[in-house]
Design a protein around this ligand. Structure first.
Ligand code: SIN
Ligand code: FE2
Length: 214
């Protein structure tokens, strides 16, 4: 029997909630092209620890590409067309990410997804991301597409209230998650990354979230 690409690169899509889909291994065939495209992005806009409105530094280091980038400082959270480090526009969103995000969104039932922002998060072992909602975007009708690379993580998929008990969703290198529609504003986060060394990515996890921010 001839195996399909899906069998070779991952298992079947899993529905985690009515409009939350996990696509195991969906990004694997594209990982090398994606990493090649990410290199110049991170040269132009290196990872940095942004300040929270409360004056602390975020544990996750981040960068962005696209016409808008997510930023945090003493004034709050928002999208900005300029990288505050360089004062220049964020690097363009690589074609490979645009097409991968549109294909993943379509698999999850969201047709015609055209992101304008990609937040790139960098986690070291021990780094966590506390429960939050993605609500700085203008248009909540558009989904979030999230690509995991490197060390495995446990994603916390919460409910609409911060106090709702979250599902624990294991994410591996190459997995893609899509959430939108009635689930667009679910609280979510990431448990502390366990120490380890990923064969391709080393001692880190990189997560890309593609958004329609403007
Ligand atoms: C995020 O919520 O911005 C990132 C989620 C993740 O790292 O999986
Ligand atoms: Fe988020």
């Amino acid at each position: 029997m001839i195996q399909s690409d899906l069998d070779l690169f991952g298992s079947q899509p899993q529905s985690l909630a009515s409009q939350v889909m996990l696509l195991p291994g969906f990004a694997l065939p594209e990982v090398e092209v994606l990493l090649d495209a990410l290199r110049p992005v991170l040269r132009a806009a290196p990872f940095r620890h942004m300040q929270t409105p409360g004056g602390l530094h975020m544990a996750v280091a981040l960068s962005n590409c696209g016409s808008l980038g997510w930023v945090s400082d003493a004034r709050g959270y928002r999208y900005s067309p300029l990288d505050p480090l360089s004062g220049k526009p964020w690097p363009a969103l690589p074609e490979v990410l645009l097409t991968l995000a549109a294909r993943a969104a379509s698999q999850a039932g969201f047709e015609g997804f055209v992101p304008d922002a990609c937040l790139v998060n960098h986690y070291l072992p021990g780094t966590r991301l506390s429960l939050h909602q993605d609500r700085n975007e203008q248009d909540f009708s558009q989904p979030i597409v999230s690509i995991s690379l490197g060390l495995p993580a446990v994603f916390l998929l919460g409910g609409m209230q911060r106090s709702d008990r979250p599902q624990h969703v294991p994410l591996s290198h190459g997995d893609v998650m899509v959430w939108g529609g009635e689930d667009r504003l679910r609280f979510h986060g990431v448990l502390p990354i366990k120490p380890g060394k990923h064969e391709r990515m080393g001692e880190r996890r990189i997560n890309l979230t593609l958004r329609k921010a403007g």
